[in-house]
Design a protein around this ligand. Structure first.
Ligand code: SF4
Length: 455
């Protein structure tokens, strides 16, 4: 978020200077892209109400901590941020929202200095609660039963920190109940955003100069299931028609989304990026079953084969968890072998960490930390080697790059992404930002290509 001017001199009609300091609000956001989207939306509400946005390290009137609860460590980080805020300005209003406060509102409210707890709904009422606190109330617990929620909460964002890419939340909640995951309890059942609202927001983003849209959600794959009148594919088709939008990227989805109908349609939409983050979690059927994932390795492989057959230059990335309770050496070996067979462009590797309140945390056969470490290193080494193989295929190829920002690694260069999510640096300055340019990829170092702009 941009830091605005915090001093604001109002002029009264007689021309006399009236020094009225703008109230300030600061944000600290933990966790995923959905949380980031929601912080941007809440920040827009405060700005509209006349607040200036300050950095979290500054003395602020209101602090918003948007929490995450995906691991026990996320809870701890959320608590640390709350304490830091109050220490910075003991007179401030500290408001805590998000997944941790949704699952443990009483615990959060007991942290000294917390004034307001909101969960994962009613965020659009936050200013009303802050006004009540300013008027003298000490503490408000506004957390409601999320499991009873049946509709998508509209929170609009028209501008983002990044100048070219906008993350757009179109789906809320998850009804999958994977045995290691607390999120269904923090976010409630699946709710899809109304297609008209999505289209209106994307038109607005396009008017504001955004050229790339990233569709996100808690369980994006289930978009439309509750509405029954639309689907993820239908909404992508509608967004593909919006003028000014050059790229549509999908957040994490699951193999169940990838049907023949989907890939055939996707292959005919050039704006849809050929980058699919297909969550795998394990390449061993026994482990997938214990995780309560709803597909087998064979299902997964079929989806990958369809993508490779219909989508040229497709990049398939994934998440894999190692050391899930009961994962034997043999199970892990299957997982490793399967990941190699798929030929991912990159694997995000996670070591299983027990999450209080989930069935897997109660399982007797927990894997020792040192075993998880070894498995993680092996999976990461495979990821590095697969990534290298994938990237090497593109040396000397001409690709379109959407340039975004100055390169941190190559002085005097700008960096951007190809459609299939490869990072490219090419000589140039900020004038390239937001431009989609044909670039020849000359060589690759680590995961960064060096390229020459051709057109
Ligand atoms: S699909 Fe599984 S891992 Fe993903 S949010 Fe839902 S329960 Fe959690």
């Amino acid at each position: 978020m941009e830091k605005n001017n915090i001093e604001n001199i109002d002029q009264n009609p007689n021309g006399e200077g009236l020094n009225s300091r703008k109230k300030t609000v600061s944000f600290h956001t933990l966790g995923c892209k959905v949380n980031q989207y929601e912080s941007e939306a809440v920040s827009a509400l405060f700005e509209k109400a006349g607040y200036a946005i300050a950095s979290f390290d500054e003395n602020s009137d209101v602090y918003i901590i948007n929490t995450c609860t995906v691991t026990n460590l996320s809870d701890r980080k959320s608590r640390q941020a709350i304490r830091k805020a109050k220490k910075q300005n003991p007179d401030s209003i500290v408001a805590v929202m998000g997944c941790y406060s949704q699952t443990a509102p009483d615990e959060v409210l007991k942290i000294p200095g917390v004034n307001l707890v909101i969960g994962t709904k009613d965020r659009n009422r936050i200013l009303e609660y802050v006004d009540r606190l300013e008027a003298g109330e000490c503490r408000i617990n506004a957390v409601d039963n999320i499991m009873a929620s049946r509709s998508f909460e509209e929170l609009k964002v028209n501008t983002y920190k990044e100048r070219t890419r906008a993350y757009l939340k179109i789906q809320e909640g998850c009804s999958q109940f994977c045995s290691y995951c607390i999120i269904p309890y923090a976010r409630g059942p699946i709710r899809s955003r109304n297609p008209q609202d999505i289209i209106a927001e994307v038109r607005e983003l396009s008017k504001n100069g955004y050229t790339e849209i990233v569709l996100t959600g808690i369980h994006l794959a289930s978009y439309g299931r509750d509405l029954k009148t639309t689907s993820l594919l239908e909404i992508i088709k509608s967004l593909n028609e919006i003028e000014g939008i050059q790229r549509i990227r999908l957040g994490s989805i699951e193999p169940t989304t990838i049907t023949e109908e989907f890939v055939k349609a996707a292959g005919e939409m050039p704006r849809l990026c050929p980058h699919y983050h297909l969550s795998l979690q394990s390449g061993c059927d026994r482990t997938l079953k214990a995780m309560n994932r709803k597909y087998t390795c064979e299902d997964y492989k079929k989806s990958v084969d369809l993508l490779k057959a219909f989508i040229p230059d497709v990049a398939i990335t994934t998440d894999i968890m190692v050391g899930f309770p009961g994962e034997t050496e043999e199970d892990f070996a299957h997982s490793l072998e399967f990941a190699e067979k798929i030929g991912f462009a990159k694997i995000h590797v996670f070591k299983y960490s027990p999450r209080k309140g989930t069935p897997a945390a109660e399982a007797a056969e927990q894997v020792a930390p040192e075993v998880k470490e070894v498995r993680s290193e092996k999976m990461l080494a495979l990821s590095d080697s697969l990534e290298e193989q994938y990237l090497c295929n593109y040396i000397n190829r001409e690709m379109e790059v959407l340039f975004e920002q100055e390169s941190g690694e190559k002085k005097g260069s700008m960096e951007g992404l190809t459609k299939n999510y490869m990072r490219v640096a090419a000589e140039g300055g900020p004038e390239l930002s937001g431009k989609l340019l044909g670039t020849k990829l000359k060589k690759v170092k680590g995961s960064l290509f060096e390229g020459d702009i051709l057109w």
